[in-house]
Ligand binder design. Structure first.
Ligand SMILES: [Zn+2]
Length: 347
């Protein structure tokens, strides 16, 4: 569909009269949005890799103007567990990983709109032990000066040419996807091969452009209203780990946020978060740890009528789109009806 036609349709279907009627007829869901990196005017971070402060402000203004309520993820999971009635139009915001720019830029904006937000922490990063493997891949591809390179990942070998920004984006995505799909236990070797192929030394701890929060800063943002929650120790894909290691990643990160913060949110976030990245084993471990819910990256609105003991630990989320029109669509009843008819939720 032409972007302009799509924009006009989204505007029409999201208008107040249409939306009120359709929500009564069809019902409604709750979008949870996730943000990754944040950028302000003048930051070097590429636009597609981060949410700008102006875009976040525009999205929140739209929600206020259109009478949406803001709900914390903690309150949403509590309401789902106890089958409590939720506001007719509400939205939840989350952020993943624990980089310094996320809290520094987003926290004052969320506070300005009185909007609760949950920031999931890779606790090993805040403990200054590591940084995420997927960001290491991005770092090597962004920094390299070679014009092309080859790399073998599992059974497959890949060749990349890096003439344009688009080439770099493609290389990043393909390598990250190949690692997710392939031999996750060979990650150390793959990253060493990537260093050789790109002639970029990947530091053991995050370089300045991937600066994590410190625990001290997190405590300060907690006082400003940000809720913090566990996102594993090392950002490993849980379904690819043996049971003891997966358990350590879940329990260890939950323990660290409870040790360092006053009132962490008891909701877990799966690294990468696709259907295949977690399963009933992880849900059981999370429930046994006393956590009350978990979020995935499966893009859909939350449907309270589905909230059984598995669904509450696999809640869907949208990546906050950089397109304002897509953002309005994800908040709308149109998206709820479309997803309901896809019927792709596992039972
Ligand atoms: Zn993450």
């Amino acid at each position: 569909m032409q972007p302009k036609v799509k924009r006009l349709l989204v505007d029409f279907f999201s208008c107040s009269a249409c939306s009120t009627l359709a929500r009564k007829v069809f019902g409604h869901g709750i979008p949870i949005f996730m943000l990754h990196r944040m950028r302000e005017h003048g930051d070097a971070i590429p636009p597609e890799a981060a949410t700008s402060d102006t875009h976040l402000r525009r999205c929140l203004t739209y929600l206020v103007d259109n009478h949406y309520s803001f709900l914390s993820l903690r309150d949403l999971t509590h309401a789902l567990a106890h089958q409590q009635r939720l506001p007719e139009k509400c939205v939840v915001f989350t952020m993943d990983d624990g980089f310094e720019d996320q809290a520094r830029i987003a926290a004052p904006i969320f506070a300005e709109f009185n909007c609760p937000a949950t920031l999931f922490l890779i606790t090993g990063m805040l403990d200054q032990q590591l940084w995420p493997w997927d960001d290491k891949v991005a770092f090597a591809i962004n920094q390299t000066t070679v014009a092309s390179f080859n790399i073998a990942i599992g059974e497959n070998s890949y060749q990349f040419t890096l003439n344009t920004d688009k080439d770099r984006r493609t290389a990043r995505r393909k390598i990250q996807d190949a690692i997710k799909a392939g031999p996750f236990d060979q990650l150390t070797t793959i990253l060493a091969n990537l260093e050789k192929a790109t002639q970029v030394e990947i530091p053991a701890l995050p370089p300045p452009q991937y600066k994590p929060l410190t625990w001290e800063e997190a405590r300060g943002y907690e006082k400003q209203g940000i809720e913090f929650a566990p996102h594993t120790i090392s950002h490993s894909i849980l379904s690819r780990l043996d049971r003891d290691t997966a358990s350590r990643e879940i329990l260890g990160s939950w323990q660290r946020v409870r040790e360092e913060l006053s009132n962490p949110s008891p909701v877990f976030c799966y690294p990468t978060g696709r259907y295949c990245d977690f399963g009933s084993r992880e849900v059981k471990l999370i429930r046994e740890a006393g956590l009350t819910g978990a979020v995935s990256t499966i893009p859909a609105q939350v449907r309270p009528e589905l909230a059984n003991d598995y669904y509450r630990f696999a809640l869907p989320r949208y990546s906050l789109p950089n397109s304002f029109s897509d953002f309005k669509l994800y908040c709308s009843w149109v998206e709820y009806v479309r997803e309901r008819n896809l019927r792709y939720w596992p039972r």
